[in-house]
Structure formats: structure tokens, C-alpha cells
Design a protein around this ligand. Structure first.
Ligand SMILES: NC(=O)c1ccc[n+]([C@@H]2O[C@H](COP(=O)([O-])OP(=O)(O)OC[C@H]3O[C@@H](n4cnc5c(N)ncnc54)[C@H](O)[C@@H]3O)[C@@H](O)[C@H]2O)c1
Length: 251
């Protein structure tokens, strides 16, 4: 018995990193997962690696900042299953730089993927989520939503917006049987954090700030996403779950 048996899930940005780990765990727990990514090859590779496991997977090339791509992805799910039980808004990007030099282009590049696309996917998936009867949205925020990290102003702001949006959506969507929660991961080694974590001095400093003394594994985040996606969290909505080895509570 899997914890997501017979569930249909859409995970954005699932071609790599945390999204890939979330998709893999969901499939192993019985869900059929639509693996959506701007990089169609990565999406196909992830789905192919999951073929024959659990509930199976379907690859979708989709840029969440493009309305037509999101429409196409949701239409594919509607045609195949007619409902959506779980939406994980995972796709995310960052740009580094001092706030005073931030260009409009850099600002929009981060906000378009990290915030506007979460609005778009959550809004447009609602008819399919309602058809599930009881559904769950899991949004990827970050511990950065309440910390200032140098050169990450747009990213931190976008993740605070995801937390706020999740709470607003939770209140409105409860009437439709849709729970909305968000995850706040600490540092996990993926392409997103590679530039920072490959610096030995920064690695050491960050590990010293982490009471558990290690970075997160993608599976640590996937397990938390599974909890919020599954009926184990049936009475939880509008909540943020921090998964950071204690980093955000340590001084
Ligand atoms: N890695 C961490 O330490 C960490 C910590 C906190 C929060 N997060 C959040 O978790 C999420 C996943 O991060 P990650 O570390 O796996 O990143 P990653 O860069 O390893 O993977 C992100 C994936 O999203 C895809 N993507 C990017 N833009 C897209 C778009 N417009 N449409 C569709 N797909 C797109 C990429 O192709 C990639 O496959 C992000 O929202 C990130 O902000 C990550």
C-alpha cells in the first residue's frame, strides 16, 4: 500500500533536483506523476527512469511562465485522468546580485517563475483539483522567506510571496476541498545551490550554522512533500513546514 495510491500528481520543475526526488517518491508511493519541466529532455529522462515503478510517470515539456504551456499540460492531465489530486509548484530559479544593481529583467526573471507561475498553475488547475474531491497543493518556499541573505533579494522576496500566497489560497480553496501548504527547505545540494556550495569556505560556514551538521538531501524534502500531499496531513492547510536541519532556529 502506497500513501498516494491512485492519486494523480503534477510536479513542476521535476526534471532535476528536488522536483525529481519528489516525483520519484510520489511514484514509488503509488501516484501517477506528470513530470513537467522547461527542459523536455530532463523531463523525459526522469519519467523514463520511473517507468514501471509504482503509479508510473508522464513527461511534459512545459515552461510554467508560458500560459500556453500550462494550458497544454493541464489539458493532457484532463484528457488522461479528468482530475488532479496533487499539485507541487516546485519550479524555481534565482539570480545573484546586490540589490542596488538589480535590473528589472533580473527581478522579473525570478518573480515570473517563483511567484507568477505559482499563481497561474494553482489558479488554472483548480477545476481539475476540485474534481478530485480532496486535493493538495504543495508550494516550494524556502527558509530564505524570513532571512536576509546577501545578493538574494529577489529570491528571498519571491519565497516570502509564496508563503503569503499559500496562506491566502488555503483560506479560499478550503471551500473546494483543496489544501494548500508550503515547504521551507534549508540548503540542499542541487544545480540551484551549486555555485554557493562549491565554495569550501561558504560550505563550512553554512554547515556550522546547521545544528544537524549536514546539508539536506533531496529525499528529505521529498518526504516532507509526501506528508503534505498525502492524507496524513488531512487537517493541515495554510501551513509552512521547515526542513532545514535546525538552521533557521540556530543563532
Ligand atoms: N536546493 C535548495 O537548497 C533549495 C532550498 C530551498 C528552496 N528550494 C526551492 O526548491 C525548488 C527546486 O529547487 P532545486 O534546488 O531543485 O532547483 P534546480 O535548479 O536543481 O531544479 C529546478 C528545475 O526547475 C526547472 N525549471 C526552471 N525554470 C522553469 C520553468 N520556467 N518552467 C518549468 N521548469 C522550470 C529546471 O529546468 C530544473 O529542472 C525551487 O523552487 C527552489 O527555490 C531549493
Amino acid at each position: 500500500m502506497g500513501r498516494l495510491d491512485n492519486k494523480i500528481a503534477l510536479v513542476t520543475g521535476a526534471g532535476a533536483g528536488l522536483g525529481r526526488a519528489i516525483a520519484a517518491l510520489f511514484v514509488r508511493e503509488g501516484a501517477h506523476v506528470f513530470v513537467a519541466d522547461i527542459d523536455g529532455d530532463e523531463a523525459s529522462e526522469t519519467a523514463a527512469a520511473l517507468a514501471g515503478e509504482g503509479g508510473g510517470a508522464t513527461a511534459l515539456q512545459a515552461d510554467v511562465t508560458v500560459q500556453d504551456d500550462v494550458d497544454r499540460a493541464l489539458a493532457a492531465i484532463d484528457t488522461a485522468f479528468g482530475r488532479l489530486d496533487v499539485l507541487v509548484n516546485n519550479a524555481g530559479v534565482t539570480r545573484r546580485g546586490d540589490f542596488r544593481h538589480l535590473s528589472d529583467e533580473e527581478w522579473h526573471a525570478v518573480m515570473d517563475v517563483n511567484v507568477t507561475a505559482v499563481v497561474r498553475c494553482s489558479r488554472d488547475a483548480l477545476p481539475l483539483l476540485r474534481k478530485a474531491g480532496s486535493a493538495s497543493i504543495v508550494n516550494l518556499s524556502s527558509i530564505m522567506e524570513r532571512r536576509h541573505i546577501r545578493q538574494l533579494s529577489p529570491y528571498s522576496t519571491s519565497k516570502a510571496a509564496v508563503a503569503g500566497l499559500s496562506r491566502s489560497m488555503a483560506v479560499e480553496y478550503a471551500a473546494y476541498g483543496v489544501r494548500v501548504n508550503y515547504l521551507c527547505p534549508g540548503y540542499v545540494e542541487t544545480a540551484l545551490t551549486d555555485r554557493v556550495l562549491r565554495n569550501p569556505a561558504i560550505r563550512k560556514a553554512l554547515l556550522m550554522q546547521t545544528p544537524m551538521g549536514r546539508f539536506g538531501e533531496p529525499e528529505d524534502i521529498a518526504k516532507a512533500a509526501l506528508f503534505l500531499a498525502s492524507d496524513d496531513s488531512a487537517y493541515i492547510t495554510g501551513s509552512g513546514l521547515t526542513v532545514d536541519g535546525g538552521m533557521s532556529v540556530a543563532l
